[in-house]
Design a protein around this ligand. Structure first.
Ligand code: NAP
Length: 246
């Protein structure tokens, strides 16, 4: 299915990114697990893939840093000789009400979640255009589609990712490169683990399917968008949210 393909998954040391890396590796892709701070977890993710017979390497790169991303993408292309799938999954939250949000917290979230995707696409797309094929998947959020009180920075970054996805889809389509976004709802990871019981209950009440999703369910959507079969889908945002935003 994905044999012979090289995939980069940013923020794959934990959570949704790790599940995506596992899924793509299980389909035969050579996967580059990007991380920033969690080296041991990245090594663990790599080991788990290798134990199942998959191919994975780890690479530290702060996606918010343009120069680091240039070197990261160039190093991967040099090592593997191609780059077929790029999943921009790395993301952070720094929640707070708008009137209390610091400039630093606004800038940090935009730099990682939105500019991070620009940084990698900027260098990966050159290779994909040369190859005349490629799959780019950006991890947005229901927050970016519907907005969410207390997440002005995060919602702005995730809405921005949808605009970036559509612009890139239009620019790259003629060379066989598709660009899509995924908008997960509440998924069971470290990111949502920190939420209080009351917040979690209020969230579940807004989800028609009545429960949080699992990282593997987002990974299944990513694997589909990365597949040959999804070659006629571009510029779209696929919701994996239990029906939360329709
Ligand atoms: P998570 O468990 O907190 O994991 C975040 C991942 O991003 C980690 O692997 C982390 O790596 C990496 N990361 C953070 N900053 C980075 C940076 N500057 N450079 C490179 N990697 C960086 O988060 P998650 O829940 O799996 O979320 C993954 C993505 O899905 C995010 O974009 C998030 O916004 C989105 N999402 C999540 C949910 C949800 O309910 N969980 C819902 C909608 C959207 P290190 O630890 O190594 O730094």
């Amino acid at each position: 299915m994905l044999e012979g393909k090289t995939a980069i998954v940013t923020g794959a040391s934990r959570g949704i990114g790790k599940a995506i890396a596992q899924k793509l590796a299980s389909q035969g892709a050579a996967v580059v697990i990007n991380y920033n701070g969690s080296e041991e977890k990245a090594q663990e993710a790599q080991r788990e893939i290798q134990e199942k017979g998959g191919t994975a390497s780890i690479y530290r790169c702060n996606v918010a840093d343009y120069a680091q991303c240039e070197k990261f993408i160039q190093d991967v292309i040099q090592e593997y000789g191609s780059l077929d799938i790029l999943v921009n999954n790395a993301g952070i939250t720094k929640d707070g009400l708008l009137m209390k949000m610091t400039e630093e917290d606004f800038d940090k979230v935009i730099a990682t979640n939105l500019k991070g995707a620009f940084n990698t696409i900027r260098f990966a797309s050159r290779q994909m255009l040369k190859q005349r094929s490629g799959r780019i998947i950006n991890m947005s959020s229901v927050s970016g589609v519907a907005g969410n009180a207390g997440q002005a920075n995060y919602a702005a970054s995730k809405a921005g990712l949808i605009g970036l996805t559509k612009a890139a889809a239009r620019e790259l389509a003629s060379r066989g490169v598709t660009v899509n976004a995924i908008a997960p709802g509440f998924i069971e990871t470290d990111m949502t683990d920190v939420l209080g019981v009351k917040v979690k209950e209020a969230a579940v009440a807004q989800i028609p399917l009545g429960r949080f999703g699992k990282p593997e369910q987002v990974a299944a959507a990513a694997a589909f968008l990365a597949s040959e079969e999804a070659g006629y889908i571009t510029g779209q945002t696929l919701h994996v949210d239990g029906g939360m935003v329709m």
